[in-house]
Design a protein around this ligand. Sequence first.
Ligand code: ATP
Ligand code: NCN
Length: 218
Amino acid sequence: MRIGVNGGTFDPIHFGHLRPALEVLESLALDEMRFIPACQPVHRGTPSVAASHRVRMVELAIAPQPRFVLDRREIDRGGPSYMVETLESVKRDFPTAELVLMMGADAIAAFTRWHRWQDILKLANIVVTRRPGAENRLPDALALYRQNWHFEKVGDPPLHFDAPAGKIGFLPVTQLDISATAIRARLAAGRSVRYLTPETVVEYIDTHQLYRKETHAG
Ligand SMILES: Nc1ncnc2c1ncn2[C@@H]1O[C@H](COP(=O)(O)OP(=O)(O)OP(=O)(O)O)[C@@H](O)[C@H]1O
Ligand SMILES: O=C(O)c1ccc[n+]([C@@H]2O[C@H](COP(=O)([O-])O)[C@@H](O)[C@H]2O)c1
């Protein structure tokens, strides 16, 4: 079994998370892609809305896609959301599974500042997806991880890693210049975010009046 791990603050989830996740799932022939909302993301501020809202929006967004799975383990664990602990926990639940951690080019550029990052490479392979605005940060990461580099472009799916962990692959996915920061800014300005995120998420945000004021944090 091959399991994709897609961690994020998801504040809120948007098509820039969803489309690359589907392309990774298909390109690597994963059995499932687990969306794991962070409880307390490290290396950034507190999320703008409560974890319960972020979780529900992920659930709504992934509902149409059968192999997308909501994974609540970071929320249930509480405290700082260190990815190494999350991967250890997934590995305990699925001891024989190969884990593929996906992250955008912006995230891999900061990877060596992650908690116990060397241990992450013992637990999983990493697939890096290109992200608009992060292009000039990728070469640094490329140089840094050359010893672990595995594939750099798409062949005919399924791509596969030749080891169960420790490899970093690069997948050029469809480019969507969408960020949660820009979505929050639009909402704060009273503008629409339709077509940036699934309609169910737009409706949830409207119903709960999220991101309009600062009273939703918690
Ligand atoms: N538009 C996008 N294209 C490709 N990858 C993305 C995109 N947006 C987010 N990601 C990736 O998804 C993961 C989780 O990102 P996150 O939840 O922080 O979203 P974000 O839009 O970057 O949020 P924020 O603007 O609040 O920082 C990261 O690995 C990030 O690189
Ligand atoms: O484990 C760490 O030290 C670590 C440091 C920074 C980010 N992460 C994880 O990377 C994912 C994307 O983070 P972010 O801040 O871009 O939402 C999310 O799952 C975070 O928990 C993890």
